[in-house]
Design a protein around this ligand. Structure first.
Ligand SMILES: [Zn+2]
Length: 538
């Protein structure tokens, strides 16, 4: 029904968005009054259309909003059914708050509120000493909170660049980080991210924005993403092509071996065709370096299908196409996978079937030394290493590669932030590298985090936060800092000698550095922390 509406003859200054029974009409003008004129004339058209189709838009439920960076306070008079629409300063559409200056501050405020509510709910079952563990909380964060915090991310790029907005999101994220890391409440946002092992949400949002841009090809100089075929282009279920596997009972007149290969960052595909056991065709194809091995294997199959009509007098005799990739075979067979190449393969099989071809697909073990497969593999490698970039047959980058790339960039950004913050000094002395921290499996407990962040447990911390008058250790030999406990405190001689033994046994030296303690002797070091009875050190 709405389709007809969307196709009405509008002024050309307008865009209509329809979702379920919601309709958003956007009109662009150089001035508010110009936009007003276009909006009213287009609304009149819509009103007329509605009348003709015996529909009615409710003017009381409809709102008007002027979006302008400079003049968002101007009054605008937009009419529907001869009634002036209420002018609002913000509109919530599909869960995103749009405000009249497109600052999205309100949206961010709401997002932070919503995540805080969820975090408190989770918090009820995640007190410091009991309840949900580090891992399950991290899972909850990734599964439930990231989607809330990053909802509508593509619209938020500018908004999160503003410190004020970012702080709101960070406050919310710090709350869950503290729970994931079992940390004291005084820990900084920066240290909380590192201990929890989750990137700061500003970085996560930027990552989502970039992924969106890459997927929608708004970035120049980047390869097109290998996006799945959109729903609107899927074949009708009645015309869905089913893929048949090869059978030992059939003598295949033509046997085709296909393979793909990625070596040294270069990608190629190879096809060998045998007819009546005679080698009749050898072909190789080069793919762009950004492509995956899997894409190469699919290209090989697709290209082999394209070669079939060039073989003479074959179309009534059965053809077997082999691949050594179970994944490739499974995705071609699975009609609910709509990746570009699998859809292309199925389409091609469908077309050839209509021309009387019988095409079956089979898997061959790459390690069985089957001649056809070996030749296809060799061709694929040759194609990969070809210097000439002129003949590239495929250059779409897998979305997963883009995501991985962006994740890496995110870690680099995170490192820059970590290096430049003044906060979390102790934590930074132990974990200078974000990348290394993320590769570690930290045995997170409240004691562990307290020691590793310098927040909690030690008397220097208690003194800093005015919880005790005196920072001196009960051994009376100095201020009770992390360094003191590790290297000097007389009360910990037993624990220290065991730590020393472990480190020396591993070929290390004593005293060592904090960085080494974490990077090379994490297990012994956390054993040392575990063996400390903090009650005796107060
Ligand atoms: Zn001491």
């Amino acid at each position: 029904m709405y389709n007809a509406l969307l196709n009405l003859d509008f002024s050309g200054h307008m865009k209509v968005l329809a979702f379920a029974d919601d309709l958003v009409i956007m009109t662009l003008g150089k001035t508010p009054s110009e936009a007003e004129v276009y909006a009213n004339s287009d609304l009149a058209r819509i009103g007329k259309w509605a009348k003709e189709n015996k529909m009615q838009f409710n003017e009381f439920k409809s709102k008007a909003m002027l979006i302008s960076r400079k003049r968002s306070n101007d009054n605008i008079n937009i009419y529907l059914n001869n009634r002036r629409l209420e002018q609002v300063k913000e509109i919530k559409y599909l869960g995103v708050y749009f405000d009249s200056r497109l600052t999205f501050s309100k949206h961010i405020e709401k997002t932070a509120e919503k995540s805080t509510t969820v975090i408190y709910m989770v918090g009820k079952s995640a007190k410091l000493q009991w309840g949900l563990g580090h891992k399950s909380l991290k899972t909850i964060y990734e599964g439930a909170l990231i989607p809330i915090l990053t909802y509508g991310a593509p619209a938020l790029e500018e908004a999160v660049a503003k410190h004020r907005n970012l702080r709101k999101l960070q406050r919310a994220q710090r709350l869950i980080n503290i729970k994931i890391a079992k940390a004291y409440r005084t820990i900084s946002f920066e240290a909380s991210c590192l201990m929890a092992g989750v990137p700061p949400d500003g970085i996560v949002i930027t990552e989502k924005v970039q992924l969106y841009k890459r997927k929608h090809c708004t970035e120049r100089n980047a390869y097109e993403c290998d996006l799945p075929v959109p729903v609107t282009d899927w074949p009708h279920s009645a015309r869905r092509v089913s893929i048949t596997e090869t059978s030992d009972l059939i003598a295949y007149a033509t046997q085709i071996y296909t393979d793909g290969s990625k070596i040294g960052g270069k990608v190629g595909a190879g096809v060998v065709i045998y007819t009546d056991k005679r080698l009749v065709r050898k072909c190789k194809y080069k793919l762009q370096d950004c492509c995956s091995n899997n894409q190469a294997k699919q290209i090989a199959i697709l290209k082999s299908l394209g070669l079939l009509p060039t073989l003479e007098d074959h179309n009534t005799r059965p053809v077997a196409i082999y691949t050594d990739s179970k994944v490739t075979l499974a995705s071609v067979k699975n009609s609910s996978i709509h990746s570009f190449l699998t859809e292309e393969i199925r389409n091609m099989v469908g077309q050839l079937t209509m021309l009387n071809w019988t095409i079956h697909f089979g898997w061959v073990n790459a390690h069985n030394g089957i001649e056809g497969n070996e030749v296809a593999d060799k061709l694929a490698k040759e194609a990969a290493l070809e210097a000439d970039d002129q003949n590239i047959v495929y250059a779409r980058i897998p979305t997963t590669s883009v995501a991985t790339e962006l994740k890496k960039e995110g870690i680099v950004k995170w490192q820059i932030q970590w290096d430049s913050t003044e906060k979390g000094a102790i934590c930074r002395s132990l974990f200078p590298s974000v990348e290394h921290r993320l590769k570690m499996k930290l045995p997170i407990t409240p004691e562990f985090t307290a020691i590793f962040t310098g927040h909690g447990k030690t008397k220097s911390y208690l003194h800093r936060f005015k919880l005790t008058d005196n920072p001196t250790c009960p051994c009376n030999e100095g201020v009770q800092t992390l360094e003191h406990l590790i290297y000097d405190c007389k009360l910990l001689e037993v624990q220290r000698s065991s730590l020393k033994q472990h480190i020396m046994a591993d070929g290390g030296n004593w005293p060592t550095t904090n960085i080494e303690l974490v990077a090379s002797y994490l297990k012994s070091f956390s054993g040392f922390v575990k063996a400390i009875d903090f009650n005796k050190l107060q």
